[in-house]
Design a protein around this ligand. Structure first.
Ligand SMILES: [Zn+2]
Length: 205
């Protein structure tokens, strides 16, 4: 790509560092910004740099937060005896959107993946085990993605805490609401049969 301006080229190169943004898309975005009022671009760059410098990770659950302790952990109406273990902040947001969970979260920051060089020590696992050891936790819900890495991570944590006499559960893997059975992939369908629930319970859901 030949640029008529070094400044333009720098901006495009920086923008194309983002995942899923190739050089052409980066150029389109940069040219869009150039056409906008300067104030708008300044707002964007200020929001990004302030976020980068001021953002914190909750000291208790490792969720992204503006404060030392996030709003979920500091909410007295949440049940601190139930902890839902998730990979990252997007999972917290997705589960919060359902309004069906009133416990706390623990954000691992990823999942164990030897292929990507991510071992247990790269993740926020020790503080979770420490929390369980302190004895206030009654149940851990594993809500990691249904992949080999997710299963490995669940099992690793389970081994660390199995002697502490707490209840562990995993979210049911099933057919999405509205899905046709015949279009479900076989792993999903297989798990949904293995994890079948009494029909009466499905009526209450
Ligand atoms: Zn928190």
């Amino acid at each position: 790509m030949e640029f008529s301006s070094k400044l333009l080229e720098n901006a495009v190169n920086a923008m194309s560092q983002l995942p899923g943004v190739g050089k052409r898309t980066a150029l389109r975005l940069v040219l869009h910004l150039l056409r906008q009022p300067q104030e708008q671009t300044l707002q964007l760059s200020k929001a990004l740099s302030t976020m980068r410098s001021d953002i914190q990770f909750c000291k208790s659950c490792n969720n992204i937060s503006d404060l030392n302790i996030c709003e979920i952990c500091s909410n007295p109406n949440r049940d601190e005896s139930i902890i839902c273990v998730v990979e990252d902040v997007r999972d917290v947001m997705a589960i919060e959107n359902t309004s069906s969970f009133k416990g706390l979260y623990h954000v691992l920051g990823g999942k164990i993946s030897p292929m990507d060089g991510i071992g247990p020590s790269e993740l926020c696992i020790d503080p979770l085990v420490e929390k369980v050891k302190q004895g206030h936790v009654k149940e851990l819900i594993f809500a990691l993605s249904s992949t080999m890495e997710g299963d490995t991570t669940n099992f690793y944590i389970y081994k660390q805490i199995q002697d502490y006499n707490i209840f562990t559960s995993t979210i049911a893997r099933g057919i999405s609401v509205g899905d046709e059975i015949e279009y479900a992939d076989e792993i999903t369908l297989g798990r949904s049969i293995v994890n079948r629930i009494p029909f009466e319970i499905s009526l209450k859901a």
